[in-house]
Design a binder for this molecule. Structure first.
Ligand code: BG6
Length: 489
């Protein structure tokens, strides 16, 4: 099967940080169909050789085993081509059409790694140049819009010229091995499903913590904020993966139908819950990696009076038979204590206690996404006997917290297929399972929109010191229900 992968934004940040390394790994693993072309598109004055040199110089900065050897890069570089385009000029799309039609590959992937403001224009021009036939697959990066209306406008423009099955909306969290493991754990085993419900689970916590600040993306981030950058997409996709019903099969639409139901069942915000269950924060100067780091408002590209949130903590509820009354806590932020992404499923207490259990001991299943990919089962076991003071009498059974630990990186090797590699190969193969359908995406925007409106019209975020777990209001929110965030227990 031959393919052409057209990379709009071919010299941009995403292309060289994520996409080229992923394509190279796929090439190295022998997973890319032979004879494919990767065509970088940008306004720069480059030819094929200059583009190859540019990509090679980027790879030289890569450390360790992920860096290609000279020979590997030479082989990989045969696939790389470049076309200079001004994305507003129809003639330039005609040139692209000539290049693609000269060999008519079986599959043409159009990857829009450009500013989202260009999506509609590029899609319309692709259609005007008659590049929207059955061979075409369109890949859209997040953020897709900045609210429900703009998301709908993009989806309408796209679906005006392509069918839904030709559109691959990326949420790279779905490509992470740990998220696929979550699906495998839930739907490949009978063990957890019977207890995966409100009768046995007291609360679920989803944490996506980053220790980095906004790095070089200050200007973009200041227009975006944590709610749009992480919650509307990554965090809600994790909620779906945890809460969805078992799909009838493993086909894309069966999975996406079930995720959509979860999003539709999220309890809408009310004036009361907006006040109580949604916390936003912004970091001020603090300590990260043992060094003093700047506050958000002092980051390059950020407005010195910015009200953009760099932290969000939410309490959500899913109104259906399986989950009614079970709080789903979500939190994410920049410049937190550590890079740590996990889902904690906390089980209810035993109905009747015959042992003295240590304070705050809970049964919980932790699905670790980052930095390691694994599962932990926390439970209580018989600890060491304790003698009373005079050494004579046994003080009775003492329970101690223990943990079953499964490290998938160790078990399956840390050289597993990375998120972007997985997703790019799926696009080339036409597999939609790990991509987001337009109705899912719109439903997620619908749910977060009252928060966007409320926060844009009202007040400022709370502050938190860089290197901490966010404003104390986040712990207070969860403590109101009698629980605590995982790392605080
Ligand atoms: C991106 C966000 O979607 O996800 C970034 O735009 C964030 O702000 C990144 O840093 C986190 O991804 P990962 O895979 O490093 O957890």
């Amino acid at each position: 099967m031959s393919f052409d992968l057209v990379l709009f934004g071919g010299t941009g940040d995403l292309a060289w940080r994520k996409l080229m390394p992923a394509l190279f790994q796929a090439f190295r693993h022998g997973s890319l169909p032979e004879g494919g072309r990767i065509i970088g598109i940008a306004r720069d004055s480059l030819d094929d050789d200059a583009y190859r040199d540019l990509i090679q110089s980027r790879f030289e900065a890569v450390e360790g085993a992920k860096r290609p050897t000279r020979e590997e890069f030479r082989q990989f570089a045969f696939m790389l081509h470049f076309l200079r385009m001004d994305l507003s000029k129809p003639d330039d799309y005609a040139a692209l059409a000539r290049m693609l039609n000269a060999r008519r590959a079986d599959t043409v992937v159009m990857y829009l790694a450009t500013a989202p403001g260009l999506f509609t224009q590029v899609v319309q021009q692709i259609a005007a140049a008659r590049l929207n036939d059955e061979r075409t697959r369109l890949v859209l990066e997040k953020p897709l819009g900045h609210d429900l209306a703009s998301n709908r406008a993009i989806n309408q423009a796209v679906l005006g010229v392509l069918a839904e099955h030709q559109v691959f909306r990326i949420d790279h969290y779905l490509g992470k091995p740990s998220v696929q493991n979550l699906f495998a754990m839930r739907f490949g085993n009978s063990l957890f499903e019977p207890i995966w419900r409100r009768e046995y689970i007291s609360n679920i916590q989803i944490t996506i913590g980053e220790d980095l600040g906004v790095e070089k993306r200050g200007a973009f981030y200041d227009q975006t904020g944590a709610l749009r950058d992480m919650v509307q997409n990554h965090a809600l996709q994790l909620v779906c993966a945890v809460a969805m019903e078992p799909p009838i099969n493993a086909h894309a639409d069966a999975i996406r139908d079930e995720k959509l139901k979860v999003l539709r069942s999220l309890k809408p915000w009310t004036a009361e819950t907006l006040g109580l269950n949604a916390i936003r924060g912004q970091y001020v100067a603090g300590t990260a990696y043992g060094k003093r780091v700047a506050g958000y408002r002092d980051e390059p590209g950020v407005d010195p009076d910015s009200r953009t949130e760099t932290f969000v903590a939410l309490r959500a509820e899913i109104a259906n038979w399986r989950w009614a009354g079970v709080p789903f806590y979500i939190r994410t932020g920049k410049r937190l204590s550590s890079r740590d992404a996990r889902i904690e499923v906390n089980f209810r207490e035993t109905p009747h206690a015959i042992y003295r259990a240590p304070a705050n001991a809970v049964n919980k299943l932790v699905i670790n996404l980052q930095p390691r990919d694994g599962l932990e089962l926390h439970m209580l076991a018989q600890g060491q006997d304790k003698r009373s003071r005079n050494g004579q009498r046994n003080a009775g059974p003492q329970l101690a917290p223990v943990q079953l630990d499964l490290d998938f990186d160790k078990r399956f090797g840390s050289e597993r297929v990375g998120a972007y590699e997985r997703l790019l190969l799926d696009v080339i193969d036409g597999r939609l399972n790990l991509f987001v359908r337009s109705d899912e995406q719109e439903e997620a925007w619908r749910w977060v929109e009252p928060l966007i409106d409320n926060w844009s019209s009202d007040g400022t975020p709370r502050t938190y010191a860089a290197g901490t777990w966010g404003p104390s209001a986040s712990s207070a929110m969860i403590a109101r229900d009698g629980f605590a965030w995982g790392e605080e227990q």
